[in-house]
Ligand binder design. Structure first.
Ligand SMILES: Nc1ncnc2c1ncn2[C@@H]1O[C@H](COP(=O)(O)OP(=O)(O)OP(=O)(O)O)[C@@H](O)[C@H]1O
Length: 603
């Protein structure tokens, strides 16, 4: 991966971000809209009850007229007008709350995404090293979208679910308490049964999340790893794991459904409109028979009682949205709490491009030291090779130079200036790096190469591509330099690596850190790239993490790492003569690569 701060917009914003923005809660950007949603929802709930009350009051006016009593036309009209206005207010506020909610949601998503991007830009590069793009995608997409239901729907649903029953019951109790009590019965049964259904719910949801994650892991392994798995004849095992996880998931959902089915059925039954209507009619008939109420008094109980349970049922789905939104909020809060890379208060400029490490120690977890007491100097115009057994700390050491991580003790300096005191934009300009995980953007090859210098001319792009031995390959693509990576430019790992080398060449960083492991993946062009790299090294400070020892026989110095320390240092000839760790590595290397070593390799 070649990175240059010229392409890093974070730097442009550095220092401009007010602390306030960082400290504010998630919902701060839409606080006003949330207040409007609350007011509109309550108003909407209240006005949705009014037409029902109006029908009751109309009935009270009109039914006596059937037995010849006079109609109070003024009162009837007043009721009708109030009902119509309430109806419009109810529709208007529901629409308004929905619209405000969706606009607020869009605003919140935009604000959160910007905040995520700002935070991502301030995290140490090492954070990205340890995370897949899936982690970042989850934050920017899934977690932000999970808040959608909360802002755009759940607030309105929850307030309606509470306000409508409360207002309806208040009216019912004020006009006819016996039927109000009858209307409460389905609610009371639901309230008593719901906790039974949700018993151990938190644990169940945790198990559900676990089973879902295990199943999706097994599915991804099964699908993605199919080639490797087939190659090693393990299809049966991988398939078995997938089947086991599916069985586990289905078994869990089955048990959960069975455990809750009785309570769920009771709730569904007692809240269904037919059952509620039948119950209220029966209660009404019994009260009329008993002479406790007149037939017309049964009407409000039926009309308003029927509307009590509907909104309540929405609470169930809202609870699920709230759960998801809370989880997303937690994951976003944890992300925002990640410490950002400290920025120098008053940045200093490096004087030259000598790279020096002075008694550098480092650990990833604050406990196990991966690098100990490293001291080394790499002069401009020289090539330094880092070699050593796997896990000895080569990549870690290289990553300290462009500040993927900060040292625990000691200093890393460029031109005598501590890298922590250099403005990150200047640091990334000074250090180009090509690591193992090649990152090409879904853009044309020309744009990929000029990533760090967007103003570079076509000729400059071509010159860099020639030097990185990728020009001829690009010309063979259907649209040459305009071919788009991942569409009509499908490159091999080695070819993609050479595009990133071209990018590094064009970026013209005076310090270059290369991981040789894949830089020379294509044996055909290895010597050509070697030539390109030696041209590069002419006036640059080059550090190469070397795995194929014959490629660094001409290095100006070789640092041999073992267990996080520099065990030996010197030229190839010095180290072979010294007969230590490197000499043994070289002997083994020659024995293992006897046939593939190019002619004339120093032995
Ligand atoms: N991101 C990380 N978090 C925690 N430990 C890590 C991380 N990266 C590397 N390590 C550990 O640090 C040690 C040094 O790893 P490093 O990758 O620097 O070695 P290396 O010499 O480059 O190995 P290789 O040649 O296999 O690439 C190893 O023990 C490794 O497990």
């Amino acid at each position: 991966m070649v990175v240059d701060a010229a392409t890093d917009p974070a730097q442009a914003e550095n220092g401009r971000l007010p602390n306030r923005v960082r400290e504010e809660g998630f919902f701060a950007p839409v606080r006003g809209s949330l207040a409007a949603i609350i007011v509109l929802s309550v108003l909407g709930a209240a006005s949705s009850v009014v037409p029902l009350i109006a029908i009751v009051e109309l009935a009270r006016e009109l039914v006596p007229a059937l037995s010849g009593q006079p109609i109070h036309a003024g009162r009837v009209w007043a009721i009708v007008i109030v009902a119509v206005i309430a109806l419009f207010v109810s529709f208007g506020t529901a629409f308004g709350a929905g619209a405000v909610g969706h606009f607020a949601d869009a605003g919140l998503q935009l604000a959160l995404r910007r905040r995520i991007i700002r935070h991502l830009q301030r995290l140490p590069l090492g954070w990205f090293d340890q995370r897949s793009s899936g982690t970042v995608r989850k934050l920017v997409e899934n977690d932000v979208v999970a808040l959608h239901q909360l802002v755009a729907h759940a607030i309105q649903d929850v307030l309606t679910a509470i306000a409508v029953p409360v207002l309806s019951l208040a009216y019912l109790f004020s006009v006819q308490w016996q039927l109000a009590v009858a209307a409460l019965v389905p609610l009371a049964i639901t309230a008593a049964t719901y906790p039974l259904m949700m018993r151990g719910g938190a644990e169940k949801y945790r198990q559900y999340d676990e089973a879902t994650a295990a199943l999706s892991g097994a599915t991804i392994e099964f699908v993605h790893g199919i080639a490797v798995v087939k190659r090693f004849g393990q299809v049966g095992r991988s398939h078995r794991r997938y089947q086991e996880e599916t069985r586990r998931y289905v078994g869990f959902v089955d048990r959960w459904t069975r455990d809750t089915s009785t309570a769920f059925t009771i709730i569904e039954l007692v809240t269904s409109p037919v059952v509620v209507l039948a119950w209220l009619l029966a209660a009404g008939a019994w009260l009329v028979n008993a002479g406790a109420v007149t037939p017309i008094d049964v009407l409000p109980g039926i009309l308003l009682g029927l509307g009590l349970t509907g909104p309540l049922m929405k609470l169930g789905s809202s609870a699920q949205f709230l759960r998801n939104a809370t989880k997303a909020q937690q994951s976003l809060a944890e992300f925002f709490a990640l410490p950002t890379m400290p920025q120098p208060a008053s940045p200093r400029h490096p004087a030259g491009h000598q790279v020096a490490l002075d008694t550098v120690s480092f650990s990833y977890d604050g406990q196990h030291r991966v690098l100990r007491e490293i001291a080394a100097a790499c002069a401009p115009g020289t090539l330094t090779a880092l070699v050593g057994p796997s896990g000895s700390g080569k990549s870690t050491l290289a990553k300290l130079i462009p500040r993927f991580y900060d040292v625990e003790t000691g200093t890393v300096t460029i031109g005598g200036t501590d890298v922590r005191s250099i403005d990150p934009a200047e640091l990334y300009h000074a250090v180009g790096f090509v690591f193992q995980d090649v990152q090409l953007l879904r853009a044309s090859l020309a744009d990929n190469i000029r990533l760090a210098r967007p103003q570079a001319t076509d000729t400059e792009v071509e010159t860099a591509a020639r030097a990185a031995q990728i020009h001829d390959r690009i010309l063979r693509l259907p649209r040459g330099y305009d071919s788009v990576v991942g569409e009509d430019a499908n490159l091999s790992g080695g070819e993609a690596q050479r595009v990133t080398i071209a990018r590094a060449l064009l970026a013209d960083a005076p310090i270059l850190v290369l991981d040789e492991a894949t830089a020379f993946a294509d044996p055909d062009s290895e010597s050509a790239i070697q030539t390109a790299l030696s041209t590069l090294a002419a006036d640059r400070t080059v550090l190469v993490i070397a795995h194929r020892l014959h490629t660094i026989t001409h290095a100006d110095q070789i640092l041999v790492l073992a267990d996080g320390r520099i065990a030996e240092r010197g030229t190839h000839a010095d180290l072979v003569t010294a007969g230590g760790l490197f000499a043994r590595m070289w002997t083994d290397y020659q024995a293992n690569h006897a046939r593939s070593l190019p002619e004339g390799v120093q032995r």
